[in-house]
Design a protein around this ligand. Structure first.
Ligand code: 5AD
Ligand code: SF4
Length: 439
């Protein structure tokens, strides 16, 4: 039988991007090749995200657009995976009649079997069972030729149940992968030329917790740091309440661990944090930031903030602005609160109206732009190590890469520099990038 073409569309976070890689890996073994032309696909897989309402809306409008392709080619199989699939299950099949298959976050490994079943029976299927161990968690990242950076899943799921968050419901309970398997995968990636790995998980710093005989996160980092050939280690996402002293010291002790941490604070108001069930106060958070900066003064700190959480008063919002002024994050991803099914926050009274949420978001973003620019300007005149990733998106004569602190740097260079770490002097700082020249 000839090769078939699969088109994979991914919504949402790095975890989903990485899951899509796994989906392809599994399908590749079943004689599928990847196509970038959706019109040529025999199979379309949409990997979805439901973290916020807006993300879910995007998924449904995108699914709606696939109807005409199915009408043109009734043999086409359309499958939906990821968090919306997990959350909605069979309901998506009713809502979107041209879909063939819905598979949940724990069922990626079953995809070939489900596709065979759809082909043979012509039935529309859904599989959203959740398990105590997920077989696809062990599908290793694929070492692609000339790949410089790679993601490696170290754990999945979350047990924190922050009151606004759907993740524990759609990704399931926390599960850590075996450290031996993770290290073996990173060794293989490094041998194939990968220079930078990002360890992925919903809450990476609780890696290994409660698993008998397993390493805890700082121990895993130490082991990864010893892998030959590897130059940079990153991890995401960390929970402030689990940022231990030991982990903080890793930023000084481990030469490969990059000086950047994404540490979502969510709000600068203690009363909001309490209802969010985040498990720390503003004062705890600031103390941890101060300790990070004491141990690693050049560390870059980024965060996530939600505005308009139920009951958030103007005073609470002002406290968030004050926290931002105190910490001066390198950058912030900010979101308007939206209700998510099953979460506790969705049942809270005192919902904030959308105009107020929009106004707060705008104020917060304008404020953060000043801090981001100021933080970036501090780097002007400095010589920084840049891992060259490729040609710049906007100008093919320029090269682009990242500093260890995760800032994008564009500079005039040559394609043979890709994959090398070179020293670049920062000439000008912008909001989203730095401009430099090779020193
Ligand atoms: N509404 C708005 N933002 C949310 N996030 C998670 N759940 C919600 C929600 N219900 C944000 C948090 C989280 C990021 C990934 O998405 O800031 O850190
Ligand atoms: Fe969601 Fe909180 Fe878990 Fe992060 S730590 S995934 S915000 S429940």
């Amino acid at each position: 039988m000839g090769q078939k073409a699969v088109f994979i569309q991914t919504f949402g976070c790095q975890m989903n991007e990485h899951d899509s890689e796994k989906i392809f890996r599994i399908l590749e073994d079943r004689n599928y090749r990847l196509t970038e032309d959706i019109n040529k696909a025999d199979l379309i897989v949409v990997n979805t995200c439901s973290i916020r309402e807006k993300a879910e809306h995007k998924v449904y409008s995108s699914l709606g657009r696939l109807k005409r392709l199915k009408e043109k080619n009734p043999q086409l199989i359309i499958g939906v995976g990821g968090c919306v699939a997990q959350q909605e299950g069979e309901k998506i099949l009713h809502r979107v009649p041209h879909l063939d298959l819905v598979f949940g976050t724990h069922n990626i490994h079953k995809l070939p079997q489900l596709i065979d079943e759809v082909e043979e029976s012509g039935k529309r299927l859904h599989e959203t069972a959740m398990y105590d161990s997920i077989p696809s968690l062990t599908v290793p990242s694929l070492p692609v030729q000339n790949q410089i950076k790679s993601y490696v899943t170290i754990m999945q799921g979350c047990d924190n149940y922050c009151s606004y968050c759907i993740v524990p419901y759609v990704r399931g309970r926390e599960m850590s992968r075996k450290s031996g398997e993770i290290l073996e995968e990173i060794r293989r990636l490094s041998e194939s030329g990968v220079k930078e790995v990002t360890l992925l998980g919903q809450n990476v710093n609780s890696y290994g917790k409660g698993v008998k005989g397993e390493m805890i996160f700082p121990e895993l980092l130490r082991a990864v740091n010893k892998i030959d050939g590897l130059e940079r280690i990153r991890f995401t996402t960390s929970h402030p309440k689990d940022l231990s002293e030991e982990l903080t010291y890793s930023f000084r002790e481990l030469d490969k661990l990059c000086e950047h941490i994404h540490l979502p604070v969510q709000s600068g108001s203690n009363s909001v944090l309490k209802v969010m069930k985040r498990g720390y106060t503003v004062e705890d958070y600031i103390r941890k930031v101060e300790r990070l900066r004491k141990i690693r003064p050049d560390i870059s700190i980024t965060s996530d903030i939600i505005v308009g959480f139920p009951g958030e008063a103007e005073k609470d919002f002002e406290e968030t602005l004050r926290l931002m002024e105190t910490v001066k994050f390198d950058s912030v991803y900010s979101f308007k609160y939206s209700d998510r099914v099953e979460t506790r926050a969705s049942r809270l009274p005192e919902k904030i109206n959308n105009d107020i949420k929009s106004k707060r978001l705008k104020t917060l973003q304008a404020c953060q732009e000043k801090y981001t620019l100021a933080r970036n300007r501090e780097l002007e005149g400095k010589d920084l190590g840049v891992l060259v990733e490729g040609t710049s998106k906007t100008n093919p004569l320029r090269m682009t890469g990242r500093t260890r602190s995760n800032k994008v740097v564009n500079f005039e260079g040559f394609s043979h520099q890709v994959g090398c770490t070179i020293s670049v002097r920062v000439r000008r700082a912008f909001l989203h990038s730095l401009e430099g020249e090779v020193c």
